[in-house]
Design a protein around this ligand. Structure first.
Ligand SMILES: *Cc1c(COP(=O)(O)O)cnc(C)c1O
Ligand SMILES: [Zn+2]
Length: 402
């Protein structure tokens, strides 16, 4: 049986095709490349029953992932995270059914592990020895640790302000780690220059085609966990937008191979922070691409991306699913983080909290209906961000009474 039904790469902008047997980056037109599978063969040869008995990680979907030789699987057990019902917050928000897809318990502490697992495995299969990337923290942590697992070298550049724990994860993995006194876009320029001169394999967001394939497994899992159907709404904290593009791609592929109904897509919602909302701006103006967001700032570091390479793909997914894009303030997301901890015992990351806060807001505006089934992505572990929580706690002396 074929391990992967990978067929080729293609450009979603100009439709040019590329061979997947060679390392590829952007299309000559500047667009990211996407992976195409042999849909007819998948339809004929692959069925949901085939998943029975497979390990509960993302490799259970290997037929629709790009790795062709299982020898190169680089895994830390990532995937099949819980789709957790949230009965208390659900009634607090007056939403029919509310689930959290909880990526907080995945290796390296964020869903970036999915992209890294598939991206590093495929890089290994392609014979890559050393990769390089700019990051806001979590991606660098995931890619450097997975690179270590694959015995590959990595060079990582991140803003000095990125969460310290992610810096430590990179450093401990043995990565060549550099900090830049600026934003991820500045880190990107530095990596871009060094890639040109050194031949390092560039794994910047969407500059290699396989990270998306790892992240799309969130969409595959949501459909499987709901019994091969989709919810009404999925909210996603959007930075580079890879996860949202991936979920949309996954659900379209599942429709094409006939595993889910072809007449229903969830409305996809891109959630951004008020301090960095280029996708929301573009969506509100009905535009196909976003503008660079100057002086971006938010406590939700993972979604501080002033201009995403795949913005047009995110916007297309929003338009095609009749979804929307919306912002929340840092204050509101911190408030929501508290709500999730107090009402559900879930210590979610600020990015995930932004998505929950957006669900509350959209319900109030009646964009989300009271009978809707809603899935919110919590993209990482709250414990990775110890400094976002500020609490006054009384200190007792030994022998004091409460
Ligand atoms: C990277 C990141 C995001 C944004 O993901 P994209 O797919 O790039 O939009 C959201 N949350 C966390 C915790 C992240 O690390
Ligand atoms: Zn192109």
């Amino acid at each position: 049986m074929t391990f992967s039904f990978l067929s080729h790469l293609y450009c979603p902008k100009c439709m040019e095709k590329y061979q997947a047997s060679l390392p590829q980056h952007l299309c000559h037109c500047g667009s990211p490349l996407l992976v195409h599978y042999d849909i007819d063969a998948l339809k004929e040869l692959w069925a949901p029953e085939d998943l029975k008995g497979r390990s509960p990680d993302l490799w259970r979907y290997h037929e629709i992932l790009p790795l062709q030789d299982p020898t190169y699987i680089t895994s830390l057990g990532e995937g099949m995270t819980p789709l957790l019902p949230l009965p208390t917050v659900q009634s607090d928000m007056d939403i029919g059914k509310l689930y959290m897809k909880d990526e907080g318990i995945i290796p390296t502490g964020s869903f970036k592990a999915r992209g890294a697992a598939v991206g590093v495995s495929k890089a290994k299969e392609l014979g890559i020895k050393e990769l390089a990337m700019p990051t806001n923290g979590n991606a660098g942590a995931a890619w450097s640790l997975y690179a270590a697992r694959a015995s590959m070298d990595s060079t990582i550049v991140m803003p000095v302000d990125a969460p310290k724990i992610t810096r430590n994860e990179c450093a401990l993995s043995g990565a060549h780690l550099f900090l830049v006194d600026g934003l991820i876009s500045d880190a990107g320029k530095i990596v871009g220059k060094s890639v040109e001169n050194s031949g390092l394999y560039d794994v910047s967001t969407l500059r290699e085609p396989y990270r998306i394939e790892g992240k799309k497994t969130m969409g595959l899992e949501i459909a499987e966990q709901l019994g091969w159907r989709v919810p009404d709404v999925i909210l996603y904290p959007t930075g580079g937008g890879v996860g949202l593009i991936g979920i949309y791609k996954a659900l379209k592929e599942l429709q094409q191979i006939g595993w889910i109904a072809s007449d229903k897509m969830p409305k996809l919602v891109a959630v951004q922070s008020e301090g960095c909302a280029p996708i929301v701006d573009a969506w509100e103006q009905g535009k196909k691409e976003s503008e660079f967001w100057a002086h971006s700032e938010t406590i939700a570091f993972g979604i501080n991306v002033p201009k995403a390479l795949g913005d047009f793909l995110v916007l297309e997914a929003l338009y095609e699913t009749e979804g929307c894009a919306t912002t929340v303030s840092d204050q509101d997301l911190l408030e929501e983080q508290k709500v999730l901890a107090q009402k559900e015992g879930a210590f979610i990351c600020p990015e995930g909290a932004a998505a929950f806060s957006a669900a509350r807001k959209l319900r109030k505006q009646d964009w989300i209906k009271s009978e809707d089934e809603v899935v919110v992505l919590n993209t990482g572990a709250g414990i990775k961000y110890p400094d976002t929580v500020q609490m006054e706690v009384p200190v007792l002396n030994p022998g004091d009474n409460l």
